[in-house]
Design a protein around this ligand. Structure first.
Ligand code: HEM
Length: 181
């Protein structure tokens, strides 16, 4: 997983629990490079997950809530860092439909070692999209936060329901996004 995802998680955590608490977490865990992540490096996703588990222990926030909040944080970072992907989209559903065949395709060109999920999308009605997420990584709640924050980014509102169908090993979830305003 790209170092940028780690450095962003740590910035969010520093704001929430403080720099000292984050340093203690990094000292305690057996991390590659002693937890000194750089944005351009590439590190095991299992380390990200173990850091989230520790932040959850320290803050008392459930792991899924943290992952989801982090998804929201990353969406804002993506929107600020890669505005070109957002500019030609008129609504959140159009943006979500473009992730698999446009956005993540470009991400793969920029970072050939990126570990990305796959998405299938289907319009299920007027203002409704079903987005099916599949990944080798356990990041369903992170994805939920990204989707939620994408809707907010376009100034829209939606009901989002999640059916987590994760079998053993591989993550799978269907997100039903129904625009409400
Ligand atoms: C709102 C729509 C988006 C969704 C739902 C989405 C979903 C995801 C998810 C769930 C992951 C984690 C990897 C996994 O679960 O297997 C991921 C990783 C990533 N995405 Fe997206 N993404 C979105 C938009 C973007 C945008 C706009 C960018 C801009 C460049 C981007 C770049 C990346 C990068 C760099 C990674 C990390 C890859 C790695 O660590 O190796 N995504 N995305």
């Amino acid at each position: 997983m790209k170092g940028m995802v780690f450095t962003e998680l740590l910035s969010m955590a520093e704001g929430a629990i403080g720099e000292d608490a984050v340093d203690d977490i990094l000292d305690e865990l057996p991390l590659s490079n002693g937890g000194a992540y750089t944005a351009v490096g590439n590190y095991p996703c299992s380390e990200l997950v173990s850091i989230v588990v520790k932040i959850s222990e320290v803050s008392g926030l459930p792991i899924n809530d943290l992952q989801r909040a982090f998804g929201g944080w990353m969406m804002e970072r993506f929107a600020a860092g890669y505005p070109q992907f957002f500019q030609d989209k008129t609504c959140a559903l159009e943006m979500l439909e473009a992730i698999e065949n446009e956005v993540h395709v470009e991400v793969r060109k920029l970072y050939p070692d990126a570990e990305l999920p796959s998405f299938e999308t289907e319009r299920t009605g007027q203002g409704q999209l079903r987005m099916t997420y599949r990944s080798d990584r356990p990041l369903v709640a992170f994805c939920h936060g990204l989707i939620e924050s994408c809707v907010a980014h376009f100034g829209q509102k939606a009901d989002i329901t999640v059916q987590d169908r994760t079998p053993d090993g591989r993550s799978e979830a269907a997100f039903d996004v129904v625009l409400t305003g």
